[in-house]
Design a protein around this ligand. Structure first.
Ligand SMILES: [Zn+2]
Ligand SMILES: [Zn+2]
Length: 380
């Protein structure tokens, strides 16, 4: 017997505007390890906008939204860690099977047995079990999530149970932007106390990376952006120096001036663009240091010659922070509750689902940290 959830969802066709309409989600064939989540809050992440951008033609209509917090509505028959009514984060990072080579080697985030999320990048997008009122099946834009909607599917391996007293808007941004930046740096940048760090790009990922660097004992931390508003938040969240790259003629020279000619041990680049990564590399000392790259982008190549790395400088990065979701996300939330990291300052604006186009426009065209959608308008 078919079972349908009627819900609102945002979707978009190539060179069409985002619309929010009532759609049907067919939950008749719930896979054994899948859950259905009632979405409470979902962030606006740049990866969604990349996946559903008009830069490349695509057919059909896209769903999006992968920075999700909500309440479990239904669980598949083999789900064991999660139960109905649990408050959860649904994240593209995943628990991992525990027994493939990557998992056994400690790289659970790179599990090769994982099932669904993150596989729907164009051009091989996946058709969702969600249908427009005229019967047309909707595609997933860049992930197998439909967080800009009242409900979404998620595999158990992409879910983390969270305490009921964590605000959903905070939980949602943790699911992508915060863990990408914070755990990217904590897990992969190999910072030591007193390492000097530059953070280039102070949006949601960059400010999370900045807090990760501070957590690791970095000092001083130099934050770089083209918006003074973002730099104000960088100061609030722990930057010791800020540089506005728009009004500073030579950013690398300014970094060297601040560091008495030394440069930085680690340049974290949390903004797309090969030129910015090259700029970060130029901030390193001649014989060591790390260029650390974060975030998803259809990036241009990084211009380096072999000799520049022969002398010892390295390039590292992390996807979804290489986060061990079931242990590290609960600890991050404990840090938040203890006031040791500031996630409240990471939310810029709250929008109802109907205003998703406005939320996206604000994300793309103004100096925001993270915009979030709140599904229940009474909570706005
Ligand atoms: Zn994201
Ligand atoms: Zn595995």
């Amino acid at each position: 017997m078919s079972e349908i959830i009627k819900m609102r969802a945002a979707y978009k066709g190539y060179k069409e505007p985002w619309v929010v309409e009532e759609v049907d989600m067919d939950i008749s064939d719930l896979a054994p390890y899948d859950c259905i989540i009632r979405v409470e809050s979902c962030g606006i992440c740049g990866s969604d906008l990349g996946g559903a951008s008009d830069a490349f033609p695509y057919e059909g209509h896209n769903l999006a939204g992968h920075e999700i917090a909500g309440i479990v509505y239904r669980v598949g028959e083999k789900v064991t860690r999660i139960k109905e009514g649990d408050h959860v984060i649904a994240t593209l990072a995943r628990e991992g099977c525990g027994h493939c080579r990557e998992c056994v080697e400690g790289n659970r985030y790179a599990c090769t047995n994982s099932t669904n999320a993150g596989k729907a990048m164009p051009p091989n997008r996946n058709i969702s079990p969600i249908y427009k009122s005229d019967g047309e099946a909707l595609y997933f834009a860049c992930t197998n999530f439909s967080g800009w909607a009242d409900y979404t599917f998620a595999s158990e391996e992409n879910l983390v149970k969270i305490p009921d007293d964590i605000p959903f808007e905070i939980a949602s941004i943790v699911g992508c932007g915060v863990i990408t930046g914070f755990f990217g740096v904590v897990n992969r940048a190999e910072l030591k106390p007193f390492d000097t760090v530059a953070v280039i790009g102070c949006g949601g990922v960059g400010l999370s990376a900045l807090q990760g660097a501070k957590f690791c004992g970095a000092f001083p931390i130099i934050a770089i952006d083209v918006f003074d508003e973002k730099l104000e938040y960088a100061k609030k969240l722990g930057a010791d120096y800020v540089i506005n790259a728009k009004t500073t003629p030579d950013v690398v020279a300014e970094v060297r001036r601040i560091t008495e000619g030394y440069g930085v041990d680690c340049a974290i680049v949390a903004s797309p663009g090969g030129q910015l990564k090259r700029q970060g590399f130029n901030m390193l000392p001649a014989n060591h240091g790390t260029l650390f790259c974060l975030g998803y982008s259809r990036d241009e190549p990084l211009d380096l010659n072999g000799f520049e790395v022969t002398r010892g400088r390295v390039i590292r990065g992390a996807s979804m922070g290489s986060t061990r979701i079931s242990t590290q996300i609960p600890k991050l939330l404990q840090l938040y509750k203890a006031g040791k990291i500031d996630l409240d300052s990471m939310v810029s604006n709250r929008f109802p689902l109907e205003k998703v186009a406005e939320a996206i426009d604000s994300t793309m065209n103004s100096p925001v940290r993270r915009n979030v959608l709140i599904m229940d308008e009474k909570l706005l």
